[in-house]
Design a protein around this ligand. Structure first.
Ligand code: HEC
Length: 149
């Protein structure tokens, strides 16, 4: 066995490696496409979910909050706020709770971080809640680990 790598061995490693990883790449792309297709079927973005995301963006809620870890760390994570408000057990109560919370801001409690008041219509509030519910149903592989997170 020779100590040095011959030219043809190097070429074979190059072509073999390229072919191998190209096949892996095609497989991963196929897997991503089928996962996204399945998600769109089982978890469709309804018009109210899309409208709720628009309300979220228009009011720059992300300036203080994170949603699935993205955003600012001033205020609680809201990707799982639907679960935190008990949406899985009692959807109607969670909806009312979330809407009332947003409507009753700011709390004015001394020493507590404050959320400003937003002039949001009843329809926009419902859309926001639909957006939170949809977000909470995305498979995040159990992230965040605690419902309070
Ligand atoms: C200026 C910063 C700021 C902005 C902007 C902001 N919030 Fe908040 N939000 C807070 C703070 C601070 C709290 C926690 C207050 C507390 O616990 O007393 C909070 C709490 C909440 C909660 C309750 C979370 C929980 O777990 O109890 C919801 C729901 C919420 N915000 C929704 C929104 C939405 C929707 C928007 C955009 C329309 C928004 N927030 C914009 C600061 C903000």
């Amino acid at each position: 066995m020779s100590e040095v790598l011959t030219k043809s061995a190097a070429r074979n490693i190059f072509y073999g490696g390229t072919a191998f990883f190209f096949i892996v790449f095609v497989g991963l792309v196929g897997h991503s496409v089928s996962t996204v297709n399945d998600m769109e079927k089982s978890h469709p973005v309804t018009p109210s979910v899309a409208a709720g995301k628009h309300v979220w963006e228009k009011n720059a809620c992300i300036d203080c909050h994170t949603i699935m870890g993205e955003g600012a760390y001033f205020a609680p994570e809201l990707g799982n706020v639907w679960v935190r408000y008990g949406g899985r057990e009692d959807a109607a109560a969670a909806r009312d709770g979330l809407k009332n919370w947003i409507k009753s801001m700011p709390t004015g409690i001394e020493g507590r971080r404050q959320m400003p008041h937003f002039d949001i219509t009843e329809k926009e509030l419902d859309d926001l809640v639909d957006f939170f519910k949809w977000t909470s149903e995305v498979n995040t592989q159990n992230w965040p680990p605690k419902v309070s997170g």
